[in-house]
Design a protein. Sequence first.
Length: 264
Amino acid sequence: MYMLDHPGWDTADGTLIRAMRTLAGTWLIPAVGEAKLISGSGDAPPVDTYEPVALDLAALPPGLAHALRTLGPVRRWRNTDLWDALATAIIRQVIRAGQARKMHQVFRAVSGDKVAVTALIPTPEQVLAMSAEKFADLGMAFKRRPLQAAAGAYLDHHAEWSQLPADVLVKALQAVPRIGPWTAGTAVADHTGDFSVYPHADLAVRTWAATADPTTAWPADEPGFTAVWQRLAGPHLSTLTVLTLAWGDDHARKTPVDPGTQPR
Protein backbone atom coordinates (compact mmCIF):
# COMPACT_ATOMS: atom_id res chain seq x y z
CA MET A 1 0.00 0.00 0.00
CA TYR A 2 1.03 3.60 -0.55
CA MET A 3 1.05 5.91 2.45
CA LEU A 4 -1.17 8.89 1.64
CA ASP A 5 -0.74 11.00 4.76
CA HIS A 6 0.57 14.11 2.98
CA PRO A 7 -2.26 16.67 2.51
CA GLY A 8 -1.14 17.32 -1.08
CA TRP A 9 -3.24 14.41 -2.35
CA ASP A 10 -6.37 15.51 -4.22
CA THR A 11 -9.21 13.42 -5.62
CA ALA A 12 -9.97 13.52 -9.35
CA ASP A 13 -12.59 11.19 -10.85
CA GLY A 14 -12.36 9.01 -7.78
CA THR A 15 -8.56 8.73 -7.99
CA LEU A 16 -6.10 10.21 -5.52
CA ILE A 17 -3.43 12.25 -7.28
CA ARG A 18 -0.62 14.58 -6.27
CA ALA A 19 1.82 16.95 -7.96
CA MET A 20 5.44 17.17 -6.80
CA ARG A 21 8.33 19.45 -7.69
CA THR A 22 11.71 17.80 -8.16
CA LEU A 23 15.05 18.94 -9.54
CA ALA A 24 14.12 17.08 -12.70
CA GLY A 25 10.79 18.84 -13.12
CA THR A 26 7.20 18.55 -11.98
CA TRP A 27 5.59 15.15 -11.63
CA LEU A 28 1.99 14.04 -11.46
CA ILE A 29 1.72 11.06 -9.12
CA PRO A 30 -1.39 8.87 -8.89
CA ALA A 31 -1.96 6.77 -5.78
CA VAL A 32 -2.23 3.78 -8.11
CA GLY A 33 -0.17 3.66 -11.29
CA GLU A 34 2.93 5.29 -12.68
CA ALA A 35 4.13 8.85 -12.06
CA LYS A 36 4.06 11.09 -15.13
CA LEU A 37 6.56 13.85 -15.86
CA ILE A 38 4.63 17.06 -16.62
CA SER A 39 7.61 19.35 -17.20
CA GLY A 40 11.40 18.99 -17.28
CA SER A 41 13.30 15.74 -17.72
CA GLY A 42 14.90 13.06 -15.59
CA ASP A 43 13.96 10.18 -13.33
CA ALA A 44 10.84 9.95 -11.20
CA PRO A 45 11.13 10.92 -7.53
CA PRO A 46 12.44 8.00 -5.48
CA VAL A 47 10.07 5.85 -3.46
CA ASP A 48 11.01 4.89 0.06
CA THR A 49 9.70 1.42 0.88
CA TYR A 50 9.22 0.32 4.46
CA GLU A 51 8.82 -3.40 5.11
CA PRO A 52 7.12 -4.63 8.29
CA VAL A 53 9.49 -7.62 8.36
CA ALA A 54 12.33 -5.18 9.13
CA LEU A 55 10.93 -4.98 12.64
CA ASP A 56 11.20 -7.57 15.37
CA LEU A 57 7.44 -7.85 15.72
CA ALA A 58 7.87 -10.27 18.61
CA ALA A 59 9.31 -7.39 20.63
CA LEU A 60 6.17 -5.28 20.15
CA PRO A 61 2.95 -5.47 22.17
CA PRO A 62 0.73 -8.11 20.52
CA GLY A 63 -1.99 -5.70 19.41
CA LEU A 64 0.42 -3.32 17.71
CA ALA A 65 2.37 -6.17 16.14
CA HIS A 66 -0.86 -7.58 14.68
CA ALA A 67 -1.94 -4.20 13.31
CA LEU A 68 1.38 -3.57 11.60
CA ARG A 69 1.52 -7.11 10.25
CA THR A 70 -1.78 -6.55 8.42
CA LEU A 71 -0.34 -3.64 6.45
CA GLY A 72 1.95 -5.65 4.21
CA PRO A 73 4.63 -3.69 2.31
CA VAL A 74 4.27 0.07 2.73
CA ARG A 75 5.54 2.64 0.27
CA ARG A 76 5.72 6.36 0.76
CA TRP A 77 6.73 9.02 -1.74
CA ARG A 78 9.67 10.96 -0.33
CA ASN A 79 8.90 14.66 -0.68
CA THR A 80 11.81 15.84 -2.81
CA ASP A 81 10.70 19.49 -2.42
CA LEU A 82 11.98 20.68 0.97
CA TRP A 83 9.99 23.89 0.64
CA ASP A 84 6.76 21.92 0.22
CA ALA A 85 7.65 19.78 3.24
CA LEU A 86 8.37 22.86 5.35
CA ALA A 87 5.27 24.81 4.29
CA THR A 88 3.11 21.74 4.82
CA ALA A 89 4.44 21.23 8.33
CA ILE A 90 3.72 24.89 9.15
CA ILE A 91 0.15 24.56 7.88
CA ARG A 92 -0.30 21.53 10.13
CA GLN A 93 0.79 23.45 13.25
CA VAL A 94 -1.72 23.79 16.12
CA ILE A 95 -4.81 22.84 14.10
CA ARG A 96 -6.59 19.53 13.69
CA ALA A 97 -5.50 17.23 10.89
CA GLY A 98 -8.75 17.53 8.94
CA GLN A 99 -8.66 21.32 9.08
CA ALA A 100 -5.01 21.33 7.99
CA ARG A 101 -5.81 19.15 4.98
CA LYS A 102 -8.60 21.49 3.86
CA MET A 103 -6.43 24.56 4.38
CA HIS A 104 -3.59 22.98 2.40
CA GLN A 105 -5.93 22.19 -0.49
CA VAL A 106 -7.39 25.70 -0.60
CA PHE A 107 -3.95 27.31 -0.34
CA ARG A 108 -2.70 25.29 -3.31
CA ALA A 109 -5.85 25.70 -5.38
CA VAL A 110 -6.05 29.48 -4.96
CA SER A 111 -2.40 30.51 -4.77
CA GLY A 112 -0.30 27.68 -6.23
CA ASP A 113 0.60 26.65 -9.77
CA LYS A 114 -1.95 24.37 -11.42
CA VAL A 115 -0.79 20.92 -12.53
CA ALA A 116 -3.48 19.01 -14.42
CA VAL A 117 -6.33 18.46 -11.93
CA THR A 118 -4.35 19.43 -8.84
CA ALA A 119 -1.97 22.21 -7.76
CA LEU A 120 1.40 22.73 -6.13
CA ILE A 121 2.05 24.55 -2.89
CA PRO A 122 2.83 28.22 -3.66
CA THR A 123 6.54 28.84 -4.16
CA PRO A 124 8.51 30.83 -1.56
CA GLU A 125 8.45 33.82 -3.93
CA GLN A 126 4.67 33.56 -4.27
CA VAL A 127 4.24 33.32 -0.49
CA LEU A 128 6.40 36.39 0.14
CA ALA A 129 4.38 38.36 -2.42
CA MET A 130 1.04 37.53 -0.77
CA SER A 131 -0.57 40.34 1.21
CA ALA A 132 -1.96 40.09 4.72
CA GLU A 133 -5.41 40.57 3.17
CA LYS A 134 -4.89 37.59 0.87
CA PHE A 135 -3.96 35.36 3.78
CA ALA A 136 -7.01 36.62 5.68
CA ASP A 137 -9.28 35.89 2.71
CA LEU A 138 -8.00 32.31 2.75
CA GLY A 139 -8.65 31.98 6.48
CA MET A 140 -4.89 31.77 7.03
CA ALA A 141 -4.09 35.08 8.74
CA PHE A 142 -2.36 33.27 11.61
CA LYS A 143 -0.20 31.31 9.16
CA ARG A 144 1.15 34.37 7.33
CA ARG A 145 4.09 35.21 9.59
CA PRO A 146 5.49 31.67 9.94
CA LEU A 147 5.03 30.90 6.24
CA GLN A 148 6.65 34.15 5.10
CA ALA A 149 9.50 33.79 7.60
CA ALA A 150 10.11 30.24 6.34
CA ALA A 151 9.90 31.38 2.69
CA GLY A 152 12.55 34.03 3.24
CA ALA A 153 14.81 31.65 5.14
CA TYR A 154 14.40 28.98 2.46
CA LEU A 155 15.46 31.35 -0.31
CA ASP A 156 18.49 32.39 1.74
CA HIS A 157 19.59 28.97 2.94
CA HIS A 158 18.16 26.21 0.74
CA ALA A 159 21.50 25.47 -0.95
CA GLU A 160 23.14 25.05 2.45
CA TRP A 161 20.22 23.08 3.86
CA SER A 162 20.28 20.64 0.95
CA GLN A 163 23.74 19.45 2.03
CA LEU A 164 22.87 18.73 5.67
CA PRO A 165 22.14 15.28 7.13
CA ALA A 166 18.64 14.86 8.49
CA ASP A 167 19.43 15.34 12.19
CA VAL A 168 21.47 18.49 11.53
CA LEU A 169 18.79 19.89 9.20
CA VAL A 170 16.20 19.53 11.98
CA LYS A 171 18.33 21.81 14.16
CA ALA A 172 19.01 24.28 11.35
CA LEU A 173 15.33 24.76 10.56
CA GLN A 174 14.60 25.69 14.17
CA ALA A 175 16.59 28.90 13.67
CA VAL A 176 13.63 30.14 11.61
CA PRO A 177 11.07 32.08 13.70
CA ARG A 178 8.02 30.00 14.69
CA ILE A 179 9.56 26.70 13.67
CA GLY A 180 9.95 24.44 16.68
CA PRO A 181 11.06 20.82 17.08
CA TRP A 182 7.75 19.35 15.93
CA THR A 183 7.59 21.35 12.68
CA ALA A 184 11.27 20.83 11.88
CA GLY A 185 11.18 17.08 12.56
CA THR A 186 7.97 16.58 10.60
CA ALA A 187 9.29 18.52 7.60
CA VAL A 188 12.63 16.73 7.52
CA ALA A 189 11.04 13.29 7.86
CA ASP A 190 8.71 14.09 4.95
CA HIS A 191 11.62 15.35 2.87
CA THR A 192 14.24 12.70 3.61
CA GLY A 193 12.16 9.62 4.41
CA ASP A 194 14.10 9.29 7.68
CA PHE A 195 11.39 9.04 10.32
CA SER A 196 13.90 8.59 13.12
CA VAL A 197 13.89 12.42 13.24
CA TYR A 198 10.08 12.58 13.28
CA PRO A 199 8.66 13.72 16.65
CA HIS A 200 7.69 10.14 17.46
CA ALA A 201 5.92 11.06 20.71
CA ASP A 202 3.56 13.46 18.93
CA LEU A 203 -0.19 13.18 19.24
CA ALA A 204 -0.63 11.30 15.96
CA VAL A 205 1.80 8.50 16.87
CA ARG A 206 0.37 8.19 20.38
CA THR A 207 -3.19 8.17 19.04
CA TRP A 208 -2.56 5.51 16.41
CA ALA A 209 -0.52 3.31 18.74
CA ALA A 210 -3.34 3.39 21.29
CA THR A 211 -6.01 2.84 18.62
CA ALA A 212 -4.15 -0.10 17.10
CA ASP A 213 -3.45 -1.61 20.51
CA PRO A 214 -5.93 -0.35 23.13
CA THR A 215 -5.03 -3.12 25.59
CA THR A 216 -1.52 -1.76 26.16
CA ALA A 217 -1.11 0.90 28.85
CA TRP A 218 0.67 3.47 26.69
CA PRO A 219 2.16 6.41 28.64
CA ALA A 220 0.06 9.54 28.18
CA ASP A 221 2.99 11.94 28.60
CA GLU A 222 5.50 12.56 25.83
CA PRO A 223 8.70 11.71 27.79
CA GLY A 224 7.21 8.44 29.02
CA PHE A 225 5.94 7.51 25.56
CA THR A 226 9.30 8.42 24.00
CA ALA A 227 11.16 6.07 26.34
CA VAL A 228 8.78 3.18 25.64
CA TRP A 229 8.73 3.82 21.88
CA GLN A 230 12.51 3.95 21.58
CA ARG A 231 12.87 0.76 23.60
CA LEU A 232 10.34 -1.08 21.44
CA ALA A 233 11.86 0.18 18.18
CA GLY A 234 15.50 -0.54 18.98
CA PRO A 235 17.48 0.22 15.81
CA HIS A 236 14.28 0.53 13.74
CA LEU A 237 12.85 3.78 15.12
CA SER A 238 12.18 5.17 11.65
CA THR A 239 10.39 2.03 10.49
CA LEU A 240 8.24 1.60 13.59
CA THR A 241 7.20 5.25 13.48
CA VAL A 242 6.35 5.39 9.79
CA LEU A 243 4.48 2.08 9.87
CA THR A 244 2.39 3.23 12.80
CA LEU A 245 1.57 6.45 10.95
CA ALA A 246 0.77 4.40 7.83
CA TRP A 247 -1.59 2.20 9.83
CA GLY A 248 -3.24 5.32 11.26
CA ASP A 249 -3.62 6.94 7.85
CA ASP A 250 -5.22 3.78 6.46
CA HIS A 251 -7.46 3.40 9.52
CA ALA A 252 -8.59 7.03 9.37
CA ARG A 253 -9.58 6.66 5.72
CA LYS A 254 -11.74 3.66 6.58
CA THR A 255 -13.03 5.01 9.91
CA PRO A 256 -12.51 8.80 10.01
CA VAL A 257 -10.57 9.73 13.14
CA ASP A 258 -8.79 13.03 13.71
CA PRO A 259 -5.78 12.64 16.02
CA GLY A 260 -6.08 16.29 17.09
CA THR A 261 -3.87 19.34 16.98
CA GLN A 262 -0.10 19.37 16.66
CA PRO A 263 2.43 21.74 18.27
CA ARG A 264 5.00 23.85 16.45
